[in-house]
Ligand binder design. Structure first.
Ligand SMILES: [Zn+2]
Length: 411
């Protein structure tokens, strides 16, 4: 148990004082006009799913964790991105910055976030701009990553061009390479048309090797929640989410299955043992920790990160706790944070104090049944989560030490 007596009493007091404590409380506060079914018994059962906002009647501890117990490195954020993209493929070097370093630092300082890794730093001049705006403005607080120049994919010497671009990005201050799910799900032979390019396509081999040579780790996002590959129907547990973001569905068409994507990823990992990979979103399969564990056992050069998946981990707290125990040296803290207003479209990722407080509560406390995102309706699926109550020794590693090692920072 990690709550001290004062926190415990506070939580208990909150529970005794009102049924509004705990999960769903934020939900009630956020909706000014609660929807009530008509008194007419004939109307019972006719409530629309979108109007269903149940409040938990549980009287349980509710701990606010305003600051992380140890300094945090958030290894997964998007403080800017490439300005132009078409059908999921980014073009050109212009970047749009989503926040100033001052505004980001204000949140970070309040929450005890020591540093943030900005993954979508762009390429070429855009990368230089990202590095100047963040890394140079506040040294040690921001680390920017570069991305592949997919816009040059059709040039005859692309594999070498891309390998050289990695080296140049390293010199320009990029700390690593970020791969969005563009590779495997959006990039096509003629960029936005033609057959999809596979995750393990050989044309990228020089890029992965250049990362190893330049000692730049690769943060990679392959595939998505398993439900994104299924029909958007009454059985889909992410029905609300896919309804809001139908473009996130990879069901049908010529999309590979989740399993095929994982197999391509595994071939990639196997072929590049000297490249250090961080498999984002809990190894791309937070619903299947057994599979993620197998991947980690098979590939010692791979670690995982938590971004936007505490909803998955927190609904299987016992399996998740065993996972953290076993792989405590290979799990990194990340949120996939996107500053508002862009981030408001994805409440599980919106860069603000409440988001961090939920992550800290999940990792540090044994609170039960609470919201995994600051939103009136759970945005990724209609369930709540349970805290892991990690011991200090594991917290320090997940919050900071594992990331510091992978980023090559002196701890
Ligand atoms: Zn992300």
């Amino acid at each position: 148990m990690t709550l001290d007596r004062r926190q415990w009493l506070k939580g208990l007091g909150g529970g005794l004082l009102g049924a509004g404590s705990g999960a769903w409380a934020t939900r009630r506060a956020a909706s000014d006009a609660p929807v009530r079914p008509k008194k007419d018994p004939a109307a019972a059962g006719s409530l629309r799913l979108a109007d269903f906002r149940p409040r938990s009647m549980l009287h349980v501890a509710r701990t606010q964790v305003a600051r992380a117990r140890y300094p945090v490195i958030d290894v997964h954020s998007h403080l800017g991105w490439t300005a132009r993209s078409e059908k999921g493929v980014a073009f050109g070097e212009d970047v749009k910055l989503l926040i100033t370093p001052e505004d980001a630092l204000a949140v970070m300082d309040r929450k005890n976030v020591q540093a943030m890794v900005n993954l979508t730093g762009g390429t070429g001049r855009g990368l230089e701009r990202s590095v100047a705006a963040f890394d140079r403005a506040a040294p040690g607080r921001f680390f920017t990553y570069t991305e592949p120049s997919y816009g040059r994919f059709l040039e005859p010497n692309y594999p070498q061009i891309q390998a050289d671009a990695i080296e140049a990005a390293g010199r320009a201050g990029a700390k690593g390479l970020k791969i969005l799910k563009t590779l495997g799900l959006y990039l096509r032979e003629a960029l936005t048309t033609g057959p999809l390019v596979r995750v393990d396509d050989r044309r990228f081999d020089p890029m992965w090797e250049a990362c190893a040579a330049a000692d730049m780790p690769v943060w990679i996002h392959v595939s998505d929640p398993e439900a994104f590959f299924l029909p958007i129907d009454a059985e889909n547990e992410r029905y609300d989410e896919l309804g809001k973001h139908p473009d996130w569905s990879f069901h049908g068409g010529d999309f590979p299955s989740h399993r095929e994507l994982m197999e391509a990823r595994d071939r990639l990992f196997a072929r590049h043992p000297k490249t250090r990979f961080l498999a984002l979103h809990v190894g791309h399969d937070a619903e299947n920790l057994g599979f993620v564990a197998e991947s980690l056992d098979r590939f010692p050069h791979v670690s995982v990160e938590l971004g936007a998946r505490i909803g998955e981990l927190g609904r299987q707290p016992r399996a998740a706790r065993r996972f953290f125990d076993k792989y405590q040296d290979r799990i990194l803290f990340g949120t996939d944070a996107v500053p508002p207003p862009d981030g408001e479209k994805y409440p599980q990722q919106v860069f603000k104090d409440e988001l961090y407080e939920i992550y800290f509560r999940f990792l540090e406390t044994e609170d039960e049944y609470f919201d995994y995102a600051p939103a009136p309706v759970p945005p990724q699926g209609r369930w709540c989560i349970y805290g892991l109550g990690l011991p200090d020794s594991i917290l320090k590693k997940v919050y900071h030490d594992n990331a510091a090692r992978l980023l090559g920072l002196a701890s």
